[in-house]
Write a protein that binds this ligand. Sequence first.
Ligand code: DOR
Ligand code: ZN
Length: 454
Amino acid sequence: MASTLIKDAFLATSKDRGRYDIFLQNGKILAIGLGVGAHHADEVIPAKGLTLLPGVLDTHVHFREPGGTHKESLESGSKAAAAGGVTTFFDMPNTSPSTTTLETMAAKKALAAQSSFVNYGFFMGATSDNLEVLNTVPQVAGIKIYVGSSTGSLLVSGPEALDQIFANGDRLIAVHSEDEAMIQENQSRLGDQASVYDHGLIRSPEAALKATQQLIRLAKKYQRRLHIVHVTTAEEVAYLRDHKIPGLITAEACPHHLFLNTPTVYDQFGTLAKVNPPIRDGKHAEALWQGLLDGTLDFVASDHAPHTLDEKNQSYLKAPSGMPGVQTLLPLLLNQVASNKCSLKQVVDWACTQPASAYGVKNKGAIQLGYDADLVLVDLKKTQSVTRAQSYSKSEWSCFEGCKLQGWPVMTFVNGVKVCEHGVICADEPVGRPVVFEDRTQPCHTPHPEEAKL
Ligand code: DOR
Ligand code: ZN
């Protein structure tokens, strides 16, 4: 396998601001220092003035394959990831069919092996009657529960079913936390005349808080590893700050909730900005930032949820929820560094180190000897606007279109292979591999007979 020397790069993870050479071989980081690997490299990448980060792990995307490939595919989504400096994604189970059985999980892994340009992991979707397989399916990111309905048909809202899942097994449970009964009640009160400006009233802060409180109670009762995806309210942040147990409960924030505010986002983008849970006003966004800065929220993920423009441009009640974001996640965070709102170390923590640690991912999330050579070289000085032309996602539109950002990926390496350069995919074949989860709760991987057939 070819070897690469990245020469004279600043390391985002080193305390000094010195320059380093990083030697990559056989998909691993083999040496870090000055003058290392100089005589062995097949390719030398001059990186003076550029900064090297661990590749981003975006642990919350919806790449729509199988069943929704007119919106996205594992190939298009993974190319968008690579172009945005994301070297690993975890895909959600609300595809069609949903990923709720051994067979559908095996089929997804087989599809990714053939078509993903970055590394991958998958969530197993919980239903009210697939408890056994939730705990026996090998090597998954975790169990995903929707306690509030969203795109697709996955929903576990009854208290007994939820209790059963928390009570049995010990692998990580990631939850979409909105109280379904409260959503339904608000929906019927507001009726058919509701507009997108009512989205945050229907999916209210109270509905989010109630579900989050219930989930935290369950996690504590059963000492079960819980991750709350896309937290949106100041009230949830305050509750988590007081009740979160380190090592047991983690929580994430998404860029659209951190960077966009109502009502202006609806004035500008209408139903394009309809997402679940909803974008809220500046007070909530401010609390999410505080939560990230003080460690109440552990990391960021994009919740990349593409739909076509035609689908999104329907009336409020018909338009599906979700927006793309995997390609803009890192540039938006780097721009915060340029604006002195956070440090580069915090960006690495939120986008690389913490997600790898929260999910027990082996050998990723840091620039370390022996770790996988998943890296992103960024230019912290480069200023560029978000455009449709850059997008590798099938949904080229973005609520960040036109935003001028400082700090962009220049090259993305996946398993030591240069996959993207200056926003253009340059790998001629998919090089992604399955992530290895080393959590003790993961059964070791013996291929299921259905998997072996694929
Ligand atoms: O806005 C959303 N879109 N929230 C979700 O929970 C699902 C996602 C999707 O898959 O479209
Ligand atoms: Zn999602």
